[in-house]
Write a protein that binds this ligand. Structure first.
Ligand code: ATP
Length: 311
């Protein structure tokens, strides 16, 4: 893919300024049907000492079909609790969550989940791992394996269909985990820091793979990450949470055009968005170092480690 020229400008840029193609993309995105609706969501944990932790308070959010939403925030702001409630793995204390208009009351096939840790069955081949859920859902072994092979082709791992998880790299295991989740044809893919155990190079490759997959299929993605560059690279919008209690700080529309490529990390709109995230999440550091300096330091590290195949 040919990368657009990198405008090296020192001009200040407001992260809320959108060029025409980006503005039009958001207009279309918001006109699409609602995939996920969260209203007044709250979660209070009762602690062993009798006290309470308000993990989430009054979270309101609407995401649209085929939107890529990233969720960021300081440690303890409730990111994992939020995604676990969306998955139906955690109960909520108040509010409502609905997917495609249907209230969420537990785990369901309309939501797929990919976690940070490698969750493949080690005793099953790659193909059997992907086919597993389909067979559990009543498909014959033949049909399940045929579908599994199609998903493996989508993620470029059909050659490894008969390999076992221990024969794969960390990035490949996560690609299989994504294929396994997608095989169940969810409306929403929930991803809780799926790439954080990977080295920088594998992580950049995985980001590119994920964008490629997302472009090919009709899926809404909610992606939790600690990595602010990752959020700007992937997201249409970024939900920024603040901690104690976990509340919405800001919902940012990423002004970086698509298709995305690593060269965009040097563009004013990328840097302005990154600087805004730094200011919201690490206010003390951003003030001391200056947002632009922080951004460029990170960029140099990233640009040195991404491969040619990255979008
Ligand atoms: N099972 C639990 N019992 C009591 N408190 C909990 C429980 N799970 C989470 N918490 C608390 O709820 C708050 C939010 O936790 P959560 O793990 O969702 O945050 P997070 O943003 O994902 O954190 P991190 O970025 O460190 O992974 C924290 O204060 C945490 O200590």
């Amino acid at each position: 893919m040919s990368a657009a020229p990198i405008p090296l400008t020192a001009e200040p840029c407001d992260y809320r300024t959108q060029c025409e193609p980006v503005r039009v993309r958001f207009e279309k995105l918001k006109a699409r049907e609602v995939a996920l609706k969260v209203e007044n969501l709250g979660k209070v944990f009762r602690n062993a000492d009798g006290g309470e932790t308000v993990a989430l308070r009054d979270i309101d959010l609407v995401t649209h079909r085929r939107e890529f939403l990233c969720v960021v925030g300081p440690s303890g702001c409730g990111k994992s609790t939020f995604v676990r409630i969306l998955a139906g793995l955690e109960t909520k204390t108040s509010g409502t969550v609905s997917v495609g208009g249907v209230p969420v009351s537990g785990p369901g096939a309309d939501r797929g989940m990919v976690f940070q840790g490698y969750t493949l069955f080690p005793w099953l081949t790659v193909k059997r791992n992907v086919a597993f859920g389909l067979e559990e859902n009543g498909e014959s072994r033949h049909v399940a394996e045929r579908e599994a092979l199609q998903w493996l082709a989508l993620i470029g791992l059909e050659r490894f269909a008969d390999a076992y998880p221990h024969q794969l790299s960390g990035g490949m295991k996560q690609r299989v985990a994504i294929a396994r989740a997608l095989a169940m044809r969810p409306r929403i893919l929930l991803m809780d820091e799926p790439f954080s155990a990977l080295d920088a190079q594998s992580r950049a490759r995985m980001q590119a793979y994920l964008i490629e997959i997302w472009r090919k299929i009709d899926i809404t993605i909610v992606f939790i990450t600690h990595d602010l560059d990752e959020a700007v690279t992937l997201a249409d919008r970024i939900l920024v949470l603040k901690a104690h209690p976990g509340e919405v700080e800001e919902l940012i529309e990423v002004p970086v055009p698509r298709p995305r490529h690593p060269g965009q990390m040097l563009t004013p709109e990328f840097r302005a968005t990154r600087a805004r995230l730094d200011a919201l999440i690490h206010p003390a550091e951003a003030e001391a170092d200056g947002p632009a300096d922080l951004g460029s330091l990170d960029m140099v590290t990233r640009m040195a480690s991404v491969g040619d195949e990255v979008e």
